[in-house]
Design a protein around this ligand. Structure first.
Ligand code: HMG
Ligand code: MG
Length: 299
């Protein structure tokens, strides 16, 4: 830390999963693989590659095994995947996955819509997965969604965020990503939430995950950096959204986060021009403009 800010931050790139899970048009498997390989070449060390959820609910991720098999793994880069239950874990293991991410929410209503289960039921589903994963030497990250608000129930009490985050930590998640799924929070709320969680879970085991619906994501990230967080989730070209979070826009753009961090003297190990080029490449593949402000400025 220097001057209240960390000197180095790690980005978790979620574009290939969070970015593409909500795409209306079908993205060819080869494009997904090329995206992951291009991202790895920018210096990113964590790339969430895909998701072994039910293809009935998220058909965009039905080719998870093919995507994972097609990646050209780069030394020093980890490629976690989302897993909701034992079936997903078995599929992921058959594909050779070495790191998974489990997910639940702080809001009951969101949990029901996203996974057709209460918060506790969703945790019961992945508890055996976690036990097996830890026995298999597979590392497990955890997500808590709707930490600053829910599209169905509105306000989410802080005590619910704390309860769920603590549960994931106790179960063995090495890192817990706190998700503002609908991008509704503001910096003071983000700060208060993170400070409260960090009273119970070491800050080194926490990450923040902001969608940018209301344009608050960078400001929220800065507030969290000032609280000592050093891991930030983001998606190249600002892609993303959860199919079960109506109205939510993409994740904060990785290019915008890297520009802000480098501009504040915080290192990331990421080559910004290469990342910007990857964002433009993805936008072209998806037939639209990049969602990154920095990408547009540096076009
Ligand atoms: P379910 O429908 O409630 O119950 O699924 P089920 O377990 O009976 O499964 C229904 C069918 O799916 C069955 O097939 C299962 O075999 C199959 P059928 O008998 O009808 O032919 N199935 C599977 N197939 C392949 N892989 C699997 C799998 N599981 C079941 N893993 C379930 C419950 C949780 C699986 C389902 O609701 C689901 O997959 N939900 C995923 C929702 C999702 O992916 N949401 C987006 C990710 S979360 C997110 O974006 C938020 C985050 O970014 C953070 C933030 O922003 O806050 C992480
Ligand atoms: Mg998300």
């Amino acid at each position: 830390m220097s001057g209240g800010l960390p000197s180095r931050v790690r980005l978790v790139e979620v574009g290939p999963r969070d970015g593409l899970q909500n795409e209306k048009t079908e993205v060819p498997t080869a494009i997904k693989i090329e995206l992951i390989d291009r991202l790895a070449a920018t210096g990113l060390t964590r790339i969430e590659a895909t998701s072994f959820v039910s293809p009935k609910w998220v058909p965009q991720m039905a080719d998870a095994a093919e995507v994972y098999a097609g990646i050209h793994p780069r030394p020093g880069v980890r490629y976690p995947v989302l897993v909701p239950n034992e079936k997903g874990y078995q599929r992921a293991r058959r594909a050779g996955v070495k790191e998974i991410a489990v997910f639940t929410a702080a809001s009951e209503a969101f949990s029901q819509n996203n996974t057709h289960a209460s918060i506790d039921e969703s945790i019961d589903r992945f508890q055996p997965v976690m036990e097996q994963a830890l026995a298999d030497g597979v590392t497990v990250r955890g997500y808590v969604s709707t930490v600053l608000g829910c599209p169905y129930q509105g306000e989410v009490p802080l005590r619910d965020v704390l309860r769920v985050a603590q549960r994931l930590h106790e179960l063995g998640c090495y890192e817990i990503s706190l998700g503002d799924t609908i991008g509704i929070g503001t910096p003071t709320q983000a700060r208060t939430m993170l400070r409260a969680v960090a009273e119970f879970i070491p800050i080194d085991a926490l990450a923040v995950h902001f969608h940018d619906t209301y344009g608050q994501a960078l400001a929220n990230i800065l507030a969290c950096l000032e609280e000592g967080v050093t891991v930030i989730d983001s998606a190249v070209s600002g892609a993303g959204g959860c199919p079960y979070a109506p109205g939510a826009s993409g994740n904060v753009a990785s290019e915008d986060v890297v520009y802000m961090l480098h501009g504040m003297g915080i290192s990331t190990g990421i080559d910004l021009p290469k990342l910007v080029a990857t964002g433009h490449w993805l936008a072209t593949q998806l037939g639209r403009e990049t969602g990154s402000r920095v990408g547009k400025a540096l076009a």
